[in-house]
Design a protein around this ligand. Structure first.
Ligand code: C2E
Ligand code: CA
Ligand code: CA
Length: 646
């Protein structure tokens, strides 16, 4: 019984279903009224003059008025959005009206029936049958209404024919019962499928919304992702191009994130990224978009006239605050930012990102922890750089690149123990270009491994001409130690040259190592296993040095020349150098002091206990033939050992 009652219920808990029902009914119910009006007019005409007017003309008039009224209501309601309660109410009203109309029509039909002759009665039977089926089909998405109409028509019809003493009529009644039962069965089945279909549709929509959300979301930080960032950027550029407000692109890169991630584990790294995302969001707020572009890089699109300097400072400040780690302790990192403003730095998204990236690169190399806006000066630099990059791409590397060599001496014994190979590039048109300029460009352009291969070959060949006690010190870039394959290529080159690996020192900088300490560690271990020595170059200028120096398989530290230039005048420089020396001793690493230009510096450093030294004071970088002469003369007169200051 309950199951039958349920068939007539409106599923008010399922709003999506109710909406779908309303959509279907809005298309079909007006049709129902049209059919009803036309068919009923035909019946009234058939019975006109046969039955009294109060049974034909007047009811028809009332009926037509009602039909057009409801037709109008449905048409007008077509575009009206309805809330849940009004939806349910409207569906209930539809069921009620359908029932009432079915009763009214059947009463009218039954009252008219007796007046007609056999033809008129046949018309009436046809009218009741076809109109019912048409109306039920129009109401099929509202099961309650469709079933109610079927039931009312069938019951009233059967009651009516059972009172007539006519076998044919009873047979027709029986027919109707069978057809109605089938109709009810079809309605129930159809409605079940319809409900299921709507359920699936809703789920599908939900899934595709979720997909869209995930496709544009960085799941770790819940910020928009790279794809979404570029979409926002394209939109901002399009709007600004169409006369909308200008905007600024920002690239934020965390400084010192990698060591935290490597040393404290990925859990800590993730927590830092999430917190960084929160802080960025808190600073930028509604003034723009904050997205995570990948790794420890975030992107900003700041709309309108923002006080850029203040925003940059606020972001750097926020990210310089200590980060609490999940398993206790804190991490100190920072952030550098590159900004590029529309339209000054470009009109297109890609151009703006490239320029913001260039500004970021400048921030990273010249003013870590600060925000830099791309300016005309940068534009000039970028142009020169791209000229150099193009020249490098098309250069005949083997011909245009060559090496000069700078001695590294044992200051106590006054003997050269190694030469550091330094790259020189002379372009046929651009002339000589400093390695300090072209090496970073080659690194950024992905050309460095080719350059390294050419130079390393030249360096190994040169080293073979030196006495056995003189080693070769060669500079590597990040890409050269970024993969086991790259390391294998270096080892293979040494093997091919015939130079014992023990005579090779490879210099790597902290900035190169810091990118991926774990990877660097394995690569350096492979190199070291084949007998090569590893020196950490420019020591003291890197970001967070001491924490992981002991984890790396190092043989030497090269103290950056910036500490040396002031060692005789500035007590602080002297203290730093002394403590680096102590650290090196503790880690049993050799120390090379670079950039010694004066006798005074050399004496003082020797007094501080340093042995290995390099700098203009001992020898400037020289061409290969000069190294041979230099070694010869050294052998003859032996550099006067540096005297310790008394
Ligand atoms: P670096 O490895 O620190 O090389 C030492 C730099 O200091 C050289 O500059 C050298 O000429 C200079 N120098 C040496 N003694 C003194 C001194 O007493 N006073 C002063 N003021 N400078 C001194 P250079 O040759 O211009 O090289 C610059 C940088 O370019 C190098 O710094 C190194 O990082 C990079 N580089 C040079 N050659 C190569 C190479 O073959 N491969 C790679 N990856 N990088 C290289
Ligand atoms: Ca070096
Ligand atoms: Ca150096």
């Amino acid at each position: 019984m309950q199951a039958i009652v349920d068939l007539f219920r409106i599923e008010t808990a399922n709003t999506d279903l109710m909406r779908a029902q309303m959509r279907a009914l809005r298309n079909q119910v007006p049709l129902l009224y049209v059919i009803l009006a036309i068919n009923s007019t035909a019946i009234a005409v058939t019975y006109l003059g046969v039955a009294p007017n109060w049974l034909t003309v007047y009811p028809l008039g009332g009926l037509l008025a009602l039909c057009s009224l409801r037709f109008g209501v449905w048409l007008r309601g077509r575009r009206q959005p309805l809330d849940e309660t009004r939806l349910a109410a409207k569906l209930r009203l539809t069921v009620g009206l359908a029932g009432a109309l079915a009763v009214g029509f059947m009463a009218w039909s039954c009252a008219l029936f007796g007046y007609g002759d056999a033809y008129a009665q046949a018309h009436m039977l046809f009218y009741v049958g076809t109109t019912t089926i048409a109306c039920v089909l129009c109401l099929v998405h509202l099961r309650a209404a469709a079933l109610l109409v079927t039931a009312i028509v069938t019951i009233l019809f059967c009651l009516h024919v059972s009172r007539l003493d006519n076998q044919i009529m009873r047979a027709i009644g029986l027919n109707l019962v069978i057809v109605s039962a089938a109709l009810a069965f079809v309605i129930v089945a159809y409605y079940r499928d319809f409900t299921r279909l709507i359920g699936q549709q809703v789920e599908l929509e939900r899934l595709s919304r979720e997909n869209l959300r995930l496709a544009n979301l960085d799941t770790l930080t819940e910020l928009p992702n790279r794809r979404s960032f570029f979409a926002s950027l394209d939109q901002a550029a399009a709007e600004a191009g169409a006369g909308g407000q200008p905007f600024v692109v920002g690239l934020v890169d965390l400084d010192g994130f990698k060591p935290v991630n490597d040393a404290q584990g990925h859990g800590a790294g993730d927590a830092v990224l999430q917190e960084a995302a929160r802080r960025l969001h808190a600073v930028v707020g509604g003034a723009g978009v904050v997205a995570r572009l990948g790794g420890d890089e975030f992107g900003l699109v700041l709309r309108g006239a923002t006080a850029l300097a203040a925003t940059g400072e606020a972001i750097c400040g926020a990210l310089a605050m200590p980060f609490r780690l999940p398993h206790g302790g804190t991490a100190q990192i920072g952030a550098s930012i590159g900004f590029a403003a529309y339209p000054e730095a470009g009109h297109k998204a890609a151009q703006l990102v490239e320029r913001a990236d260039f500004a970021l690169y400048h921030a990273k190399t010249h003013s870590r922890g600060a925000a830099i806006l791309f300016t005309e000066e940068h534009e000039r630099l970028l142009r020169t750089q791209s000229v150099i990059e193009q020249a490098l791409r098309h250069a005949d590397l083997a011909r245009e690149l060559n090496l000069v060599f700078q001695p590294i001496v044992d200051a106590r014994r006054g003997r050269t123990v190694a030469f550091e190979a330094l790259a020189r590039w002379t372009h046929p048109e651009l002339g000589p270009i400093s390695p300090a300029v072209f090496i970073p460009i080659a690194e950024r352009a992905g050309l460095i491994t080719r350059i390294t291969a050419v130079l390393f070959g030249q360096a190994l060949a040169a080293a073979r001409a030196w006495p056995e006690r003189v080693a070769l010190s060669f500079n590597l870039s990040m890409a050269d130690i970024a993969s086991p394959q790259a390391a294998a290529a270096l080892v293979a080159a040494i093997r091919a040259s015939g130079l014992p690996p023990e005579r090779v020192i490879l210099e790597v900088t902290e900035t190169a190592l810091i990118q991926d300490v774990a990877q660097a560690q394995t690569v350096l271990e492979t190199l070291k296993a084949s007998g090569i020595a590893i020196a950490l170059d420019d020591f003291g200028t890197g970001y967070s040095s001491l924490s992981y120096v002991h984890r790396l398989p190092l043989d030497k530290l090269k103290i950056d020349r910036s500490f040396v230039s002031e060692v005789t005048t500035d007590p602080a420089s002297r203290d730093i150098i002394t403590s680096i020396a102590a650290l090196a001793r503790n880690l049993t690493l050799d120390c090379v002091v670079e950039g010694i230009e004066t006798d005074e510096q050399a004496r003082l450093l020797k007094e501080l206990g340093f042995v290995l030294m390099q700098g203009y004071h001992f020898g400037r970088p020289m061409a290969f033939p000069d190294t041979l002469r230099y070694l010869d003369s050294e052998a003859v007169r032996a550099i006067r050992p540096v005297q310790a200051v008394a």
